[in-house]
Design a protein around this ligand. Sequence first.
Ligand SMILES: Nc1ncnc2c1ncn2[C@@H]1O[C@H](COP(=O)(O)OP(=O)(O)OP(=O)(O)O)[C@@H](O)[C@H]1O
Ligand SMILES: [Mg+2]
Length: 441
Amino acid sequence: MTGGPGPAVPSTLIRGSVVSMARSVALSVFVLAGAGLLFTLVASATLVVDAVRVSSPHGYLLALAAAIIGLVLWLCLIPLVLMAIRPLANAVRLLSGTWCGVPCCEPYRAAEPGRQLRSRLRWLLTDPATWRDLLWTALNIVLGAFLLIVPAVVTGVGLIAFIGSRVTKAIPPPAYPGNSSPSILVAGVALTVAGLAVAPKFLSGYGVFSGWLLNSSSSRELARRVRHLTRTRKETIDAGAAEVRRIERDLHDGAQARLVAMGMTLDAAGQLVHDNPQAAHALLEQARENSIQALKELRDLVRGIHPPVLADRGLADAVRALALDTPLSTHVICDLAARPPAPVESAAYFAVSELLANVAKHAHASQAWVDIRYADGMLKISVTDDGRGGADPARGTGLLGIERRLAAFDAVLAVSSPPGGPTGATLELPCELGTAGHPAK
Ligand SMILES: Nc1ncnc2c1ncn2[C@@H]1O[C@H](COP(=O)(O)OP(=O)(O)OP(=O)(O)O)[C@@H](O)[C@H]1O
Ligand SMILES: [Mg+2]
C-alpha cells in the first residue's frame, strides 16, 4: 500500500489557513493605523470642546476666541488626516489583490495642475474616493477588525488557553462548568480547527468588504466585466474546440467512411466489369447509394455548422424553415427591418433550434410560437408553447448550452415554465442591425 497524496491535502489546507491568518494579522496593522488617525480627529475635537469649557468662566470673548482657534486648527487637521489615510488605503488596495483575491485600483482623481493650497484642497475634498476612504477607515475598525482578528483569536484561545493548559502547568485550565481534562482538550481542538477553517474565508470576506469601498464604482464595474469576459472567453474557446471535435468525428465516421466504402466498391466493380457485368452493375448501384448517403451526411453536417438558408436568406427564413421541420404547428412572427451580424444570427438560430427541439421532445404541446423583433438595440426572440411546462436547465445540457453560447454576446436567456405550462423562453441579444438584406458587420 502506498501512502498516496492523502496527508499532503490536510497539510496544504493547514498551511493555507496559517498563511491566511498571518496575512489577516498583518492587515490588522492598517486597521490600527486607521483607528489611530480617526482617534486623533475625535480627540482633537474633544480638546476644542474642553478648551471652550475651561475658558468660558473667564469671559465670553475668551471662550469665543478659544472656540474659533480650536475650530480652525481642527479644520486644518481634517485634510492632513484624509491625506494620511490614502497611503493606508493604497497599501490595502495593493495587498487585497494578492492576498484576498479582490484586485483594487487606485480610484483617485488625477491631481489638478498648480500647487496652490486652495486647488489642492479642492482636489482632495471634492474627490468621492477621499470620503469613501474615510468611511472604510471607520468601518474597518469594527467590521475589518472582526474579519481579520477573530480567526487568530479563536485559534489562539484554542491552542494556548485550552490545549496549552493540558501541556504545561504554567497555564491554568479555563474555568467553566464541567471543565474536565477531555472536555478541555476537545474544546481546544475544536476552537483551533474552527479558527483555522474560517481564516481563508474571513480573509476573502475582508477583501470583498475593502474592495466594495476602496474600488471606484467604475473599477468595480471594470473588474466585474473582466471576470465575465474571462469566463465567457474560456467557455467560447471550449465550445469552439468541442465543435471542431464533433465535426471531425462526424466527417470521420460518416462521409469519410462512405467514400472509402465507395472506392472499394468501385474497385470491385472494375475487376468484375468484363467477367460478370451484372454483378459489376449491382456494385455500381451500391456505390451510387453510398455517394448519395455521403452527400446527405455532408449536407447535414454543413447545416449543423452554418445552415445555408441562414447565410443566404437570414434569420427569419431560417427560423421559418426550422418551424416547417418541427412536428407540431409552429407560428413564426418576425419584425426585423434588417439583418443582425452573422455571429448573432447564428447564435440566435441555434438557440431557437434547441428551444423548438425541446418543445417537440418534452412539452407535449399542440402549438408553438416564435416571435422575433428588434427594439432598443436588442434582438428579442421568444419561443412559447402550450405544453405541460417544467423546463429546467439543470436537467439537461441544451438550455445551459444556449446560456453559454449567448453569454459570449452579453446576451441572456430567461425561461418561464411553471408545472402545467405554458413554457416561454426569451432571448435578448444586444446588437446593431445591418442594411436590409445584409448582416451587420
Ligand atoms: N418546452 C419544454 N416543455 C417542457 N419541459 C421542457 C421544455 N424544454 C425543456 N424541458 C425540460 O427541461 C429539461 C432540460 O432541457 P435541456 O434542453 O437543457 O435538456 P434535454 O433537452 O433534456 O437534453 P439535451 O441536452 O439533449 O438538450 C428537459 O429534460 C425537459 O425535462
Ligand atoms: Mg434540449
